[in-house]
Structure formats: structure tokens, C-alpha cells
Design a protein around this ligand. Structure first.
Ligand code: ATP
Ligand code: MG
Length: 327
């Protein structure tokens, strides 16, 4: 793991629960792809400090951190190739956030779609931490001078803020932050099982976890709202459109076309559709679940090494910023 002249990558997942298909297809697949490309040095964190931007339970935080690390390893992150660490163990992120916050306006933060959505979701608990979330995320990325950020489509507005901050810092203080761009995967927006919005850890009923067994997947799919199974036009959005999306991903385009034809013809039997889809998803997840078991009990050492390396890199950036800003 050399640091010379390699482009850097940073990404993270909030410690708010186990990973789901959206996290996997939208983020982790891209993280693995970049990790396996020798041109990049990859830093992947468990974003535990981001977990407190929405209501959370203190007693679940430690378990959530562990679950994200285990899911990462199970899904293919390799500690020999990537720096895997816990965000809160690298305090430079927080200090950097404060410096970076001086170059963005309050109104820019208030107008972010992600902020407005969360305010709607938790009207009584829209905190300053929530407003600051994208600035902390910019600090996470800029601390490593990352050029590529493998994240889902929902994070694009935050990447725009990170680019704005990089530009302003460079103009005002002569730093050399690259403007980070999203590294997109084919599954950059995985819809919710409920039919509206995206699959999210914090929206019950919206997700399928990577650790779900076949019965759990069947139960979750059983709750997906359905219609009569036929119509004169294919649904463009909502839960039926989303079921067809999952069929395309896990059973292929041909299968999806068959169901579409049934919908316009003799009708879909959702019970059969859901059972077959559940099996296809489970087949996909089985190897990930096997690998997860191999890493149980091994994460402490991985995180200790990851934290050491992440601290080194982030501290160097912080020292530069402090010096350029007159501290
Ligand atoms: P929470 O509800 O707690 O915010 P989340 O499911 O939105 O959880 P995050 O930890 O916020 O997950 O996001 C982790 C990564 O997964 C990010 O890169 C994000 O863009 C990506 N991601 C999250 N949901 C999806 C989705 N439905 N489709 C594609 N990518 C997603
Ligand atoms: Mg999220």
C-alpha cells in the first residue's frame, strides 16, 4: 500500500444498520472495483459520526459499526488492498470540518435536497449536525485529497458541495484539493420495496439486507404492495415497477420482458414472481454471507491498522490547511 502518485479514493457508509442491496449495488461494488485497480489508493470508513445527524440509539452504535465492517469485508473489501477504518477514530476529520465550514454559506446548506428531505422525515430533530453533514462529508473526502468517491446517486448534491469547498479553499488559501467526482455503478439508485423513494437503512420495509436468509427475503417481498397483475400499460413507477427492476438485476432482462408481456396479457401471479425473485436474490447473497462468517472475531486488528494509516494521511492534510489558513 504505497502512497506515491496514486489517485486516492474515499467512501463510507453510515453506522445506522446492516447493509442492504442499495448500499451494495450503489456503493460497495464501486468501492471493490477501485480497490482492485492498482492506480488507486482506497480509504473506506464506517461513518459513525454521520450516524448522529439523525436520531440514533447510543446502545446500538457499537454493534452498527461492527456490522458495517463485517458487511464490507463480506462484500469484498480487502484489508490488504484498502484502508478500512472508523471515522470517529480519525479526529482530523472534525477539525478540518471546522476550517472548511468557513467557506460555505448557511443558505447553501439549507437548500440541499437531502437536508430538506431529512427535515421532513424528522421535523422535531433537524439539528445543526444535520445541516453540517455535507461539510463533514467534504472533510472526510478532502482529508485524503480523494479524486473519486464511489457513492450512490443520492449523494451527488453532497459531492457538489465538496467540489465547491475544494475550489474555494484553493482560491482563497492556495491549497491543492482535487475536485472529487462520483464513481458511478450500474445500481446507483436502488428503489425502495415500498414503491416510493430509495431503499434506505432507516426506512423500515424499504430494504433487503445482505445478511437476510431466504425466509426473511420472502417475508420482505411478501409485503411489497401489488395490483391486479394486469393492465393496458406497464407501470412506470411504484412498487410493481420496482419489482421489475429487481427482476432485471437478479434474474435478467429476458425474465423481466416475460413478466412485462404477462402484465399486458394474461396477468402476473405475484406469489410465484415473488418466490422466484426471493430465491434469485438469496443465491446472489449466499457467498457474501459465507464470507462474513470468516471475518467474525478478526476485525479489531484490521481496524487498528486502518486507523493508523488513515490518521497519518489525514493529519498531513490538516497540517497543511492549518498552516495555509494562518494557524
Ligand atoms: P440511512 O437511511 O441511515 O441514511 P442509507 O441506506 O441511506 O442509510 P447511507 O449510509 O446513507 O445508507 O449510504 C451509504 C452509501 O450507500 C452511499 O454511497 C449511498 O449513496 C449508497 N446508497 C444508499 N442507499 C442507496 C440506494 N437505495 N441505491 C443506491 N445507493 C444507495
Ligand atoms: Mg443515507
Amino acid at each position: 500500500m504505497e502512497s506515491n502518485n496514486k489517485k486516492r479514493v474515499l467512501s463510507g457508509i453510515r453506522a445506522t444498520g446492516r447493509l442492504h442491496l442499495g448500499n451494495y449495488l450503489g456503493a460497495v461494488k464501486g468501492m471493490v472495483e477501485l480497490q482492485d485497480n492498482p492506480e488507486y489508493e482506497t480509504y473506506y470508513m464506517v461513518a459513525d459520526a454521520h450516524a448522529i445527524t439523525t436520531p440514533y440509539d447510543v446502545k446500538n452504535l457499537e454493534q452498527n459499526r461492527k456490522d458495517v465492517v463485517l458487511d464490507y469485508l463480506a462484500a469484498g473489501l480487502d484489508p490488504k488492498k484498502s484502508v478500512i477504518f472508523i471515522q470517529s477514530q480519525v479526529p482530523a476529520h472534525f477539525e478540518l470540518m471546522h476550517y472548511l465550514s468557513s467557506v460555505v454559506t448557511i443558505s447553501r446548506m439549507q437548500h440541499l435536497p437531502t437536508f430538506k428531505e431529512k427535515v421532513k422525515q424528522y421535523p422535531e430533530e433537524a439539528s445543526m449536525a444535520l445541516l453540517n453533514y455535507p461539510i463533514l462529508m467534504a472533510a472526510d473526502i478532502l482529508a485524503y485529497k480523494a479524486t473519486d468517491v464511489p457513492v450512490g446517486e443520492d449523494q451527488e448534491p453532497h459531492l457538489e458541495v465538496a467540489r465547491l469547498i475544494a475550489r474555494k479553499m484553493n482560491d482563497k488559501y492556495g491549497t491543492d484539493f482535487p475536485e472529487p467526482t462520483t464513481f458511478k455503478t450500474a445500481g446507483s439508485y436502488v428503489p425502495s420495496l415500498l414503491g416510493e423513494g430509495k431503499m434506505s437503512k432507516s426506512v423500515e420495509g424499504s430494504y433487503i439486507n445482505l445478511t437476510d436468509d431466504l425466509d426473511t427475503i420472502k417475508d420482505r417481498l411478501a409485503k411489497v404492495p401489488t395490483d391486479s397483475g394486469m393492465g393496458t400499460e406497464l407501470p412506470k413507477s411504484g412498487s410493481i415497477a420496482n419489482l421489475l427492476y429487481f427482476i432485471e438485476i437478479f434474474q435478467g432482462e429476458e425474465k423481466k420482458k416475460e413478466y412485462e408481456a404477462s402484465y399486458l396479457g394474461s396477468g402476473i401471479r405475484y406469489r410465484t414472481l415473488k418466490n422466484e425473485l426471493a430465491v434469485a436474490i438469496y443465491e446472489h447473497l449466499k457467498p457474501i454471507q459465507e464470507r462474513r462468517k470468516e471475518f467474525e472475531g478478526k476485525i479489531d486488528k484490521i481496524l487498528e491498522e486502518g486507523s493508523k494509516k488513515a490518521n497519518e494521511t489525514a493529519r498531513n492534510t490538516l497540517a497543511e490547511v492549518r498552516q495555509k489558513m494562518g494557524f
